[in-house]
Design a protein around this ligand. Structure first.
Ligand code: NAD
Ligand code: UDP
Length: 338
C-alpha cells in the first residue's frame, strides 16, 4: 500500500483529497499546523471512509519536527497543499506569505532530499497566469504574479523547476487549480472560511443561510456575456480526483509536469447566482457595485492537456457545485465546531 504524506491535509482541498486517497486504498499521513483549519475535518473524513488517518500537528517552518517526520518513516510521495491563500492578506503581510509559503516549501523539499524522496504534487493556482489576455488558457501561457500570494506560487513553481533541472530523478506535478468550490456530497466536509469570505461561492451560501444580507456583484461592465466576471468553477471532488491522477502519472514518469485543473468553461457571476437559485430554490439578493481592483474579466482553463495526459476531466457541473456547497452550508451554518 502506497503511503502518501499530505501537507495541509486538514484544509478545504486537502480534506477532500485525503478522502479520495483513502477510498482508493492509499495510506495517508497528514501534517498541518491548523492555522486555517480544524482537526474535525479529518475526524469526519475518517468517519466517511471508515479508515484512519495518521495526523501530525507540524508547521512547515518547524524544520526540526518536519525532518523527524521524514526520518521516522518512509513515504512514497508528498502532496503539498499547506500554504496561506488570502490575496488581500498577502498584500498587507507580504513577508508572512513569502515566509510561510516559499520558505516553508524550501524546508519541505530539503527534508524530502534528506529522505531520498523525489515525488511531489504541488498546489499551484491559475493566479500564476496573472491577468490573462485570452481564455481558454493553455499551460504555456506567459506567467505573471499580480499580488504577493500569486508571487509565492510562481516562485515555488520556479524553485521546483530548478530542482528538477538540478536532478532529473525528481517527479513533480504542478497543478494549477482554477476556482475550487462545492463540497463532498455528504455535506460532512466543505469550505470553512475565516471571517467574511472573499470568494464568491462561500459568500453566496452565507447570504442564502441568512448570515449576510446580500451579495455584492463586483462590476457588470466587463466585456463578458452579461458584463460580470467569468471564472472556471471546479467541484472540489473533481479537483481531488485530479490529484490521484497526477500521483499515478508521476509514479510512472520522471519529469516536471504542469496541468491546469478546471472544467474548461467559464461561468459569470450572474450565472452562478442563477445556478444556485435553481439548485436550492432560494433567492439570492444582490446589488451591482464597483469592480474589485485587480480582477480579471475572464479566466477559464484549457484542460486538454490534463485530459490527454492524465485521462482526467471533470464530471460535475455548476448545479452540482451549488447544491453541494449549499448542503454543506446548511448542515454546518457556522462551519466546523471550534
Ligand atoms: P486551506 O487554507 O483550507 O488549506 C491549507 C492548509 O494548509 C490549512 O489547513 C492550513 O492550516 C495549512 N497550513 C498553512 N500554512 C501552514 C504551515 N506553515 N504549516 C503547516 N500547515 C499549514 O486552503 P485550500 O483552499 O484547501 O488550499 C490548498 C492549497 O491550494 C493552497 O496551497 C492554496 O494556495 C492552493 N489553491 C487554493 C485555491 C482555492 O481557491 N481554494 C485555488 C488555487 C490554489
Ligand atoms: N465576486 C463578486 N462578489 C463577491 C466575490 C466575488 O462579484 O463577493 C466575483 C469576482 O469579481 C469574480 C468572481 O466573482 O469575477 C469570482 O471571484 P473569487 O474571488 O471567488 O475568485 P477569483 O476572482 O479569485 O478567481
Amino acid at each position: 500500500m502506497q503511503k502518501i504524506l499530505v501537507s495541509g491535509g486538514a484544509g478545504f482541498i486537502g480534506s477532500h483529497t485525503v478522502l479520495e486517497l483513502l477510498s482508493a486504498g492509499y495510506k495517508v499521513i497528514v501534517f498541518d499546523n491548523l492555522s486555517n483549519s480544524n482537526r474535525e475535518s479529518l475526524e469526519r473524513v475518517q468517519k466517511l471512509s471508515g479508515r484512519t488517518i495518521e495526523f501530525h500537528k507540524i508547521d512547515l517552518l518547524d524544520k526540526e519536527s518536519l525532518g523527524k517526520l521524514f526520518r521516522d518513516q518512509r513515504f512514497d510521495a508528498v502532496i503539498h497543499f499547506a500554504g496561506l491563500k488570502a490575496v488581500g492578506e498577502s498584500v498587507e503581510k507580504p513577508l508572512l506569505y513569502y515566509q510561510n509559503n516559499v520558505a516553508g516549501t524550501l524546508n519541505l523539499c530539503e527534508c524530502m532530499i534528506e529522505a531520498g524522496l523525489k515525488q511531489l504534487v504541488f498546489s499551484s493556482s491559475a493566479t500564476v497566469y496573472g491577468d490573462p489576455e485570452s481564455s481558454p488558457i493553455p499551460e504555456e501561457n506567459p506567467l505573471k504574479a499580480v499580488n504577493p500570494y500569486g508571487a509565492t506560487k510562481l516562485i515555488i513553481e520556479n524553485i521546483l523547476r530548478d530542482l528538477y533541472q538540478s536532478d532529473p530523478e525528481w517527479k513533480i506535478a504542478l497543478l494549477r487549480y482554477f476556482n475550487p468550490v462545492g463540497a463532498h456530497e455528504s455535506g460532512e466536509i466543505g469550505e470553512d472560511p475565516n471571517g467574511i469570505p472573499n470568494n464568491l461561492m462561500p459568500f453566496v451560501t452565507q447570504v442564502a443561510v441568512g448570515q449576510r444580507e446580500k451579495l455584492r456583484v463586483f462590476g457588470n461592465d466587463y466585456p463578458t456575456k452579461d458584463g460580470t466576471g467569468v471564472r472556471d468553477y471546479i467541484h472540489v471532488k473533481d479537483l481531488a480526483k485530479g490529484h490521484l491522477k497526477a500521483l499515478e502519472k508521476i509514479s510512472g514518469e520522471k519529469g516536471l509536469h504542469v496541468y491546469n485543473l478546471g472544467t474548461g468553461s467559464g461561468s459569470s457571476v450572474i450565472e452562478v447566482i442563477n445556478a444556485f437559485e435553481k439548485a436550492t430554490g432560494l433567492k439570492i439578493p444582490y446589488e451591482i457595485t464597483e469592480r474589485r481592483p485587480g480582477d480579471a474579466a475572464t479566466c477559464f482553463a484549457d484542460v486538454s492537456k490534463a485530459k490527454r495526459e492524465l485521462g482526467w476531466s471533470t464530471e460535475k457541473d455548476l448545479y452540482d457545485m451549488c447544491r453541494d456547497a449549499w448542503n454543506w452550508q446548511q448542515k454546518n451554518p457556522d462551519g466546523y465546531p471550534h
